[in-house]
Design a protein around this ligand. Sequence first.
Ligand SMILES: [Zn+2]
Length: 253
Amino acid sequence: MAIQKTEAFVLKTQAFHSSSLIITFFSKTFGKLRGLAKGVRREREVRGAIYELFTHVEIIFYEKTRSDLHLVSEASIIESHDRLRTDLNTIAYASYFSEMADLVTEVHDPHPQIFELLDFSFRFLPSLPPENLAKLFEVKLLNEIGWLPYLENCLNCRESKFESGFFSIKQGAFFCPNCAPQFPDARPLSREGLTTLRFYIAHNLEEAIKFRITSKTQLELEKLMEQFMAYRLPRPLHSRMFMQKIRPALASR
Ligand SMILES: [Zn+2]
């Protein structure tokens, strides 16, 4: 059993026996990890708070070789992200980011870019328009895991001069207007929509979030990503359903 140390975000927790927790982390070094923290619920005031959702922690754990559930021996808070847990809207979005990162990754598959994406998203969620951040999050995450690979060129003829065209949900790919009729599931993608997706993929997070996007494009991409995820994800996202439920209440505040 090797002793390992890494920074991580708490994505999910689950009670285990009377006093322990099973925690799903997204770590900087190892990607997604599952850890058992013993005795933390008995002394919740002291140690349980470390494992609040969205908390940025440093953990020391014993790496099990025969199981993917490791024993977390020590943890300390780097950033509690308390602000995310005080507002229904930020809770909903941060839960959505956590659930998506959990659902599309495997344990022990390092993705430092996803760690960075969570860091950026949790840090700026209280101060940025959440819908824009959510679009950027989705595109960056799906691109990082290889689900959005072909947006520069038409997948069929490799032509790149087209600035609008068609997007195939099934193939996660872009087709030019000439080739699109051969792919009946491909739906129109506007020039602004395609430009936004390309910009998000080509630029770092700080640059990408500054990209101005109209509410029309926002809506177009929201629909597209929703259909794409419904097709690709193994199950619907609970946090997304929650978000849609609370949306009318938030809009009327
Ligand atoms: Zn083509």
